[in-house]
Design a binder for this molecule. Structure first.
Ligand code: 5GP
Length: 191
């Protein structure tokens, strides 16, 4: 099989708690050509998070100003907070020669689908809904109200999986990473 040309952007979505972050970290640590764009959010940092690492943590005012100035490729309200993909972040990584991964929700992915050509859309799904609930509850990063909101959100997100080019079940991190590697690097090039 021939290798494909790099896609413009790799969009990865999946319900909260499915393990996207862990899968993407493992994928990037094995593939230096890939890099994750850090999004901006108005959500408060979790105890282990720092500005510029997991997210750029902005106030509502800072976020709104950037949105008005066309600083986002897309942005959405997710679970009561605003999240957005910064155009400057994508440019920074593309200037370094990276294939850029966006970890965004399904509404954001829809917006990009209609605006940016040559993207690869990958949806990560849990082995089952009960496993997802278990992962969210035992992750310990959310209060019970936020867990309940994320479980409701997960049902909506899962319904959107049919719009994705590829679906990957995260049974184990290793197998999910292998599946994504074959999607990105081993697709047959159409003649
Ligand atoms: P969390 O609060 O758990 O870090 O993220 C909540 C949700 O926001 C996840 O589904 C994640 O994919 C989504 N998200 C993170 N960054 C962005 C972004 O830049 N744009 C959009 N549309 N969604 C994002």
């Amino acid at each position: 099989m021939k290798r494909t040309e790099s896609p413009n952007l790799v969009i990865i979505s999946g319900p909260s708690g499915v393990g996207k972050g862990t899968v993407i970290s493992a994928l990037i640590s094995r593939n230096s050509s890939l890099s994750l764009a850090i999004s901006a959010t108005t959500r408060s940092p979790r105890p282990i998070e720092t500005h510029g690492q997991q997210y750029y943590f902005l106030t509502r005012d800072e976020f709104s100003k950037l949105a008005t100035d066309n600083g986002f490729l897309e942005w959405c309200e997710v679970h009561g907070n605003a999240y957005g993909t910064l155009r400057s972040e994508i440019q920074r990584l593309q200037d370094l020669g990276k294939t850029v991964i966006l970890e965004i929700d399904t509404q954001g992915a829809q917006k990009i689908k209609s605006e940016v050509p040559n993207c690869t859309f990958i949806f990560i799904e849990p082995p089952s809904m009960s496993e997802l609930e278990f992962r969210l509850k035992t992750r310990g990063t959310e209060d019970p109200e936020s867990v309940a909101r994320r479980i409701e959100g997960a049902k909506i997100e899962l319904a959107a999986k049919v719009d994705y080019d590829h679906r990957v079940v995260n049974s184990t991190v290793e197998s999910a990473v292998h599946q994504i590697e074959s999607i990105l690097f081993l697709q047959e090039v159409p003649k």
